[in-house]
Ligand binder design. Structure first.
Ligand SMILES: [Zn+2]
Length: 209
């Protein structure tokens, strides 16, 4: 008994040191950076939660719409993959804002992002009967099949792509300040230039869901 106590005593400082070291070097329980994918074989029957921040510079499609000075502005995000009844659901909660260019004065404009979006991941076509028309949903196997990384039969949910899709859908097609002046004084005739919007394709997509 005495020996055990002594041993424990002697080891104590070392153990504390070890624990400290371990705390410093141990990987965090969740990835710091939003992962590209989550493996459904591991997570679809367990709640998956990721909380952190993302920045436009991590998202190539969104990046094009964000003025350079704002591309590393963090956006708070919580992603939760869980079963809501029978339905696998990805909830995305955004907190913060994303900056775009005002289409009237061409100055930066903040788009408020504090909202929650839900995407239902249908595991069978039959589950369509369980969702409302107002719900956003996608047929999971179709979504997975579109991702080249799943060509070997893996089931990796492209979570980052889905987050970026949601952000793009949330940003108005031609965002403008409530009250601002045209950037250019009209001299003669202005030829209106129609630029293809990076959001247009997604808006069409959303209509189909
Ligand atoms: Zn403006």
């Amino acid at each position: 008994m005495t020996i055990v106590n002594k041993a424990t005593e002697n080891k104590k400082p070392v153990l504390q040191e070890d624990a400290k070291l371990a705390a410093q070097t141990a990987p965090p329980k969740i990835a710091k950076v939003l992962p590209q994918h989550i493996n459904l074989d591991k997570w679809e029957d367990a709640d998956y939660i990721w909380t952190g921040t993302i920045a436009p510079q991590e998202m190539t499609r969104l990046l094009g719409a964000v003025p350079e000075a704002y591309q590393d502005e963090p956006i708070g995000l919580t992603c939760e993959l869980s079963k809501q009844g029978q339905l696998l659901t990805l909830a995305m909660t955004f907190d913060g804002e994303v900056w775009v260019t005002c289409q009237r004065c061409l100055q930066p404009l903040a788009i408020e992002l504090s909202h929650q979006a839900q995407l239902i991941l249908l595991q069978t076509q039959a589950q369509e009967s369980l969702v409302d028309e107002a719900d956003d949903y996608v047929l999971l196997e179709e979504l997975l099949g579109e991702q080249s990384e799943n060509s070997k039969g893996e089931r990796l949910l492209p979570i980052k792509k889905l987050v970026e899709d949601e952000l793009l859908l949330h940003i108005p097609l031609a965002a403008k300040h409530d009250d601002c002046a045209m950037a250019v004084e009209q001299v003669g005739i202005i030829i209106e230039e129609e630029k293809p919007s990076p959001f247009a394709a997604l808006q069409v997509l959303k209509g189909k869901l």
